[in-house]
Design a protein around this ligand. Sequence first.
Ligand code: DC
Length: 228
Amino acid sequence: MTATAAVTIDGPAGAGKTTVGRQLAAALGRPLLDTGLLYRALAVIARRRGVGPQDRDAAAHLARTLAITVATEAHPAPGAALVRVDGEDITWALWDEDQAERLSGLAALPAVRAALLEPQRRLGEGAVVVGRDAGSVVFPDAPCKLYLDASPEVRAARRAAELRGRDAATDPARVGRGVQVRDRLDRSRALAPLAVPAGAHVIATDGLTVGEVLAAALAACRAHGLGG
Ligand code: DC
């Protein structure tokens, strides 16, 4: 039998997928897989080794051979290692928006996406899975699919607030530019572009609190027999 996620949550950067995904996973008593962490981990190591999206073979080799482990607890302890690569904790380096182009460029490479399918399916089985193509490509048989959306302004503001929580010196303008660059590249790539999966519940989150988005997500899950 192929692996199946319980719930997939797709949507653009800063739509609130991870925040809502974490709470939804806790409410459903499921693990959480944030698939962006795998792509971010790859980009961190690629940068260190001087590998860019134009170095297709080297990038694919990295994606196939790096031992990336990702924490899947819905509520990891504050400061806990979320991601290790070959045993090294690289969590601190994951959210550098200066990496937007390298990140989206690597994520657009078919061989990189193919290499990251297996770890996503392994780690995401039975979980709440957050991503860009979680409901369309990685877990097309997931019983409940969500798609969170928000306007570009709201998404840039949310991402900046999230990053400021980690690093007070975060510049909101730089974050906004990074989110825009990734949006453009993620939507226009040839393979698995960001799109609403067939059968997904779309939640427009502008003006909604996290609690309200969570309530809408839980209602969708219940409609599919998940969450009591
Ligand atoms: O969700 P995020 O912002 O952490 O994702 C980082 C980048 O990784 C994003 O710009 C696109 C890519 N990504 C992807 O292509 N497919 C996924 N399932 C998750 C992320």
